[in-house]
Design a protein around this ligand. Structure first.
Ligand code: UD1
Length: 356
């Protein structure tokens, strides 16, 4: 990629998006962020600027708003590729309001792709998820494993993958990397940026860190009757900075014009829920309370990546160990007990572009 070109990052104020923007800026790439701030805070953008010492170009734009997208593309004709994070992401919620999920995630992505097509941008890196594998027959999971998510959120990821694949088939000059994330965890080593869940966290590590600061009494461990070493479910926890770096590797890969390719971004190492409780307790310096409860509906036994394809084709590898991941999460949570909640969340009016 030429140094004068820019990368558009949708959802760049979110957890994985903000960490990816930092890595892009640190490698001297130009970035334009768009985010509707529905589930994120403008304060994340300010913190990206503090961490990198660089001014960030940001617009509050919804990906469903094609006219606003085109305005951004026209204002920044140097944008040559897009990293697309923006979307709704709570599995439980997606089972209750599936139409909102299909509309925001799928129609939003189609709108973004149409706007890209109109201005001739043909490179996209897409935030997919290991959830597309459903309950996989083989562990560690290769990219060739059968696809079949068990919930509406996961199906939005699966359908968007197909839409992008069809687009690349019809237009061989398009290039796409479909990145299937395993479980992102940890926070920026600066201690001023990390996951900022609004309300009660759905995911294990943000919940556990709220137990550690005393916001929640104990962790509910969902099921101890799985066929694993301690009976609790296994996931592949990857440090968010390692995950962020995977996007830079994928962007570089698009320069080789590979067409449409899928990559698992994971460590290849699985940990049980109880192992994570132990690892995080070590970071905090005391045993964290938990209770064994029933299984959570929809959960599967084991999602551990086979990351060989990304390791070899992207020349990328997750490097940060679990103890460092847990320590970075505790550093962030203990210094920011309310996340970014206490900071003004909205963007200044001059950065808002809105037609719908
Ligand atoms: C979930 C989603 C996945 C999504 C990801 C990030 C499901 C089935 N999958 O992954 O699609 O991409 O979040 O948003 O929901 N656990 C507890 N107690 C808790 C929370 C979690 O025991 O309070 C357990 C879960 O049962 C699971 C493990 O911890 O075994 C990880 O859970 P979580 O962090 O929610 O991630 P996933 O379920 O793997």
């Amino acid at each position: 990629m030429s140094t004068s070109s820019s990368v558009l990052v949708t959802g760049g104020a979110g957890y994985i998006g903000s960490h990816t923007v930092i890595e892009l800026l640190n490698s001297n790439q130009n970035v334009v962020i768009i985010d509707n701030l529905y589930n994120s805070s403008f304060e994340a953008v300010r913190r990206i600027e503090t961490i990198t010492g660089k001014k960030v170009t940001f617009y509050k734009v919804d990906i469903l708003d094609k006219k606003a997208l085109l305005q951004v593309f026209n204002q920044h004709p140097e944008i040559s590729s897009v990293i697309h994070f923006a979307g709704l992401k709570a599995v439980g919620e997606s089972t209750k309001i599936p139409l909102d999920y299909y509309h925001n995630n799928i129609t939003g992505t189609i709108t973004l792709l149409q706007a890209m097509k109109e201005v001739g941008i043909k490179n996209i890196v897409f935030s997919s998820s290991a959830t597309v594998y459903g309950d996989p027959p083989v562990i560690p999971i290769p990219e060739t494993s059968p696809i079949g998510s068990t919930n509406p959120y996961g199906r939005t990821k699966q359908f968007i993958e197909s839409i992008i694949r069809d687009l690349c088939t019809a237009n061989p000059d398009w290039n796409a990397a479909l990145l299937r994330y395993f479980n992102p965890a940890g926070a920026h080593p600066s201690g001023i940026l990390g996951e900022n869940p609004l309300g009660v966290p759905n995911n294990l590590m943000p919940f556990l860190s709220q137990v550690a600061i005393g916001k929640r009494e104990y962790l509910s461990v969902f099921g101890q009757d799985y066929p694993t070493r301690d009976g609790t479910a296994i996931r592949d926890y990857i440090h968010v900075v390692d995950l962020a770096k995977g996007h830079l590797a994928a962007l570089k890969k698009l320069d080789d014009q590979p067409g449409c390719v899928e990559y698992n971004l994971g460590t290849g190492q699985g940990s049980t829920v109880l192992e994570m409780v132990q690892a995080f307790s070590k970071a905090v310096g005391r045993d964290l309370p938990y209770k064994i409860m029933d299984r959570r509906p929809g959960d599967v036994t084991n999602l551990t990546a086979n990351p060989t394809k990304a390791n070899t084709e992207l020349d990328w590898k997750a490097e940060i160990d679990l103890d460092t991941t847990c320590a970075s999460l505790w550093n962030w949570q203990s210094k920011n007990p309310n996340g970014l909640e206490d900071c003004p969340g909205d963007a200044p009016p001059e950065l808002v572009i809105k037609y719908i």
